[in-house]
Design a protein around this ligand. Structure first.
Ligand code: VGL
Ligand code: ZN
Length: 210
């Protein structure tokens, strides 16, 4: 039987208020995640955690003369430099304290290679290292994934695009997402890219009708 998975992207302290890479209104999605976690609508629940070693090359602090928001070339790819965030075992890398994390069955730790960033739940940004998530889902007969979290214009977007490529039916839970919006319009452009690729955009309230 076709199975549904909820995939929660990076619901971690550093992306919420007071965090190192706080996403505007990031905290607002925690309550939505909790409501979804308490429904019986999903057969499987997965969460990602951004999980960088200290000195990760996506950190501006790892590059002399650069500041957060700058772009550089890293391993042949464009890399936006970020403040130090989600450092392994730090408080900032923990799930938000209000997230009802008990029902999460599988956690994907990403961004662990210091040389390359990894926005997607499925692959690093060069598409070389596979996190194994697609296989994990396929082994459980998952055909439909429901994705929400932080941030719309980075980890959520790349996770949705990779999920489409991997052959899943992909639903983006829009009210469960917030974006960094470094440039005005980034979230809108990300949404267009996702819908163009075949992502279905829904609201969490619609899930109760499934
Ligand atoms: C993210 C920037 C850097 C995200 C992670 O979760 O969207 N963005 N690392
Ligand atoms: Zn990161």
């Amino acid at each position: 039987m076709a199975q549904r998975a909820l995939i929660l992207i990076d619901l971690q302290n550093d992306f919420c208020a007071g965090g190192a890479l706080a996403v505007p209104e990031g905290d607002a999605v925690i309550a939505i995640a909790n409501q979804l976690l308490r429904t019986q609508k999903f057969d499987h629940i997965v969460a990602t955690r951004d999980w960088h070693p200290a000195g990760h090359k996506s950190f501006a602090s790892s590059h002399d003369g650069h500041k957060p928001g700058d772009s550089i070339q890293l391993g042949g790819l464009k890399q936006i430099l970020w403040p130090d965030h989600c450092v392994q075992y730090s408080k900032g890398a923990d799930f938000h304290p209000e997230l009802d994390a008990e029902r999460i069955q599988h956690i994907v730790f990403k961004g662990t290679n210091p040389e390359i960033d990894s926005y997607s739940a499925f692959f690093d940004n060069a598409h070389r290292h596979d996190t194994g998530l697609a296989d994990w889902l396929t082994a459980r007969c998952v055909t439909d994934v429901f994705i929400m979290g932080l941030a719309t214009d980075y980890c959520v977007k790349f996770s949705c695009l990779d999920a489409i490529q991997a052959g899943f039916r992909v639903n983006l839970i829009l009210d469960g997402c917030r974006g960094v919006e470094l440039q005005t319009g980034d979230c809108t452009r990300a949404l267009l890219e996702m819908t163009d690729a075949g992502v279905n955009v829904i609201d969490s309230t619609k899930l109760y009708l499934l």
